[in-house]
Structures are given as structure tokens and as C-alpha cells.
Design a protein around this ligand. Structure first.
Ligand code: ADP
Ligand code: MG
Length: 242
């Protein structure tokens, strides 16, 4: 399912809310197929940056490119991205199958095509046996998988996750994290994942982008950042040995 060019290019992007600047001159290239993690403390600007890629927030300056196409002035539906929301965003009155199909029905995808994509996603997430259940009949982890499945059926170039595991208990969080890694291997898609949890970042990322107060502190592979933090802030945040 990997698309040839699913890279993301963020060029001198800034964001202000009123007179308050929350992101300052962010430039970052994300390669096709990478698992990029935006890591940072609460309020560092992770969600805002992700939402600008999704088109849920306008940019105050700069450009965003996806798959070689400038997208920062396009509507969310035109960007070839899917955001994975937390599992409580499922429709309680619909079955898993209907929840998975819903976004496609909405945009007029032919019925047979919807059925194929739902079946493929269900197989990939190992939830064929759950398709006729309602969300209330699922565990927290199963619900989160349905939320991920809703993004998969749209076959986007880029998957966007905003702290999707933070509502799960510790054991389930570890398991779902592992499943996400496997899913990334299977799909070969570009994934951008936001978290404030450095362990989550270390285990999932091909590269970590560490944000601090609306600026990029460091970009690098998890072990690089851990072993060679560029600032004291980074060292403290990821718990590097002194
Ligand atoms: P994070 O996801 O890293 O916790 P956010 O991107 O949510 O950070 O927020 C970054 C900063 O922008 C915070 O100071 C937050 O209060 C501010 N902010 C986010 N959204 C809005 C908004 N819609 N209006 C005003 N300020 C906002
Ligand atoms: Mg956030």
C-alpha cells in the first residue's frame, strides 16, 4: 500500500494565535515511509504542528508540502492525510464494519471498493471477528484499533496520530505500541506521531523531533538523541546519562 512519494516538507512554518506565537520558523523534511515522532512537553506546539499538516489549523507563515504538492492552502480532505483520533470518537450506534466504512460512504466510494478496503483493514488489524460488534462490546485496545482502521481504509499517504495511546492503561499501551510498529512495517506508510512520552518516542520513531516552546531543539534517530543530546534540555527530557 506504500505510495511512491509520501514525504512531507515543512518549510519555515510559523503559527500565532492572536499575538501569541506558538511555533517559530519550523523547517523539517520527513521521508516517505518514516515513522516520525514529535516529542515535547505539554504546550510545546506538537498538536498545533500536526494539525497544520492535517489542515485542521491554518499556517501563519511558511509552506507545507505532501508528496511533492503544496497543501497548506488546501482543505483537509484534499491533502491525502488521515488523522487517527482517540478511540472515544467512534460512533456508538454503528457496528465496527459501519464505523470503518463511514468515511468512505461519505465521499461516495463505490460499495464494492468499500467492502474490499474494510476487509483488508480488518485483516491487517486482526479484527475480522469483531466487525459486527458495537464499540461498547469492545475492549479499549480493540476500540483504538478500530480508530486506526478508520484511517487505514482511506489509504492516505500520511497517517497522523495525536497521543492515541494516552487513554489506555499501561499494559495495553505497550501492546498497542507494538501493534503500531507492526502496522507501520506492513503499510510502509509515512506516520507522524505526537507524544509527550519519551519511552513511546524511543520505541516507535525512526526519527524524533524534539520540540520546546515552539521551536525544534533536536532532530535525530532515538539512539542519537539519547547518546548525543545537543542541549542540556534535550538531555534532561530524554533522560540521557550525564
Ligand atoms: P502540545 O500539543 O505540545 O501540548 P499545543 O500545540 O496544543 O501543544 O499548544 C501549543 C501552544 O499553543 C500552547 O501554549 C497552547 O495554549 C496554544 N494554543 C493551542 N491551540 C490554541 C488556540 N486554538 N488558541 C490559542 N492558543 C492555542
Ligand atoms: Mg497536544
Amino acid at each position: 500500500m506504500a505510495k511512491t512519494d509520501a514525504g512531507v516538507s515543512i518549510r519555515n512554518v510559523a503559527k500565532s494565535f492572536g499575538t501569541v506565537e506558538v511555533l517559530n520558523d519550523i523547517s523539517l523534511g520527513i521521508d516517505s515511509g518514516e515513522f516520525i515522532v514529535f516529542l515535547g512537553a505539554s504546550g510545546s506546539g506538537k498538536s498545533t504542528l500536526l494539525r497544520m499538516i492535517a489542515g485542521l489549523e491554518t499556517v501563519s507563515g511558511g509552506e507545507i508540502w505532501i508528496g511533492g504538492r503544496r497543501v497548506d492552502q488546501l482543505a483537509p480532505g484534499q491533502r491525502d492525510v488521515s488523522m487517527v483520533f482517540q478511540s472515544y470518537a467512534l460512533y456508538p450506534h454503528m457496528s465496527v464494519r459501519e464505523n470503518l466504512a463511514f468515511g468512505l460512504v461519505n465521499v461516495g466510494t463505490p460499495k464494492a471498493e468499500i467492502a474490499t478496503r474494510v476487509a483488508t483493514a480488518a485483516r491487517m488489524l486482526e479484527m475480522d471477528h469483531l466487525l459486527d460488534r458495537k464499540p461498547a462490546q469492545l475492549s479499549g485496545g480493540q476500540r483504538q484499533r478500530v480508530a486506526i482502521g478508520r484511517a487505514i481504509v482511506r489509504e492516505p499517504k500520511v497517517f497522523l496520530f495525536d497521543e492515541p495511546l494516552s487513554n489506555l492503561d499501561a499494559g495495553l499501551r505497550t501492546r498497542t505500541r507494538f501493534e503500531l510498529s507492526q502496522l507501520h512495517d506492513r503499510l510502509g506508510a509515512t506516520m507522524v506521531f505526537v507524544t509527550h512520552d519519551q519511552i513511546e518516542a524511543m520505541t516507535l520513531a525512526t526519527r524524533i523531533v524534539l520540540l520546546n516552546k515552539g521551536r525544534i531543539e533536536q532532530v535525530g534517530a532515538p539512539m542519537d538523541i539519547y547518546a548525543r543530546p545537543s542541549t542540556r534540555y534535550v538531555a534532561q527530557f530524554v533522560g540521557s546519562p550525564p
